[in-house]
Design a protein around this ligand. Structure first.
Ligand code: SF4
Ligand code: SF4
Length: 105
């Protein structure tokens, strides 16, 4: 994806889109979700084997006792504006961001 991006004052700006989150490293702290204005990612439940159980839209959801932990998943990648706020708050450095001029789809 290519394009010319500028800030309000006309300065050059290259968005860095969130493309994925490392499921093995993410602790599901939710910090990235709280700072994102675009609902790009959501918390998902994971079982003991690392299998995704589903989205955790109810904090009491335990997926019939299968819930082992929660991780953040990039499930709406196309909504990202590449602001970088999520990267600044992640304590585990488990996010991958890609510059807009490197994104192909
Ligand atoms: S880069 Fe910005 S818009 Fe994209 S997921 Fe992170 S906080 Fe949300
Ligand atoms: S801030 Fe980092 S560790 Fe916390 S939920 Fe987001 S990606 Fe996972």
């Amino acid at each position: 994806m290519t394009g010319s991006f500028v800030t309000r004052d006309g300065s050059s700006w290259v968005p860095k889109y969130l493309t994925c989150i490392d499921a093995a490293t993410c602790i599901g702290c939710g910090r990235c979700f709280k700072v994102c204005s675009r609902e790009v990612m959501h918390l998902y439940g994971v079982d003991e084997a690392g299998g995704i159980l589903g989205i955790c839209d109810d904090e009491d959801e335990d997926f019939d006792g299968e819930l082992n932990r929660m991780i953040m998943v990039v499930d709406q990648a196309g909504r990202c504006i590449g602001c970088g706020a999520c990267a600044r708050v992640c304590p585990k450095n488990c996010q991958t961001h890609l510059a807009a001029d490197k994104v192909t789809a």
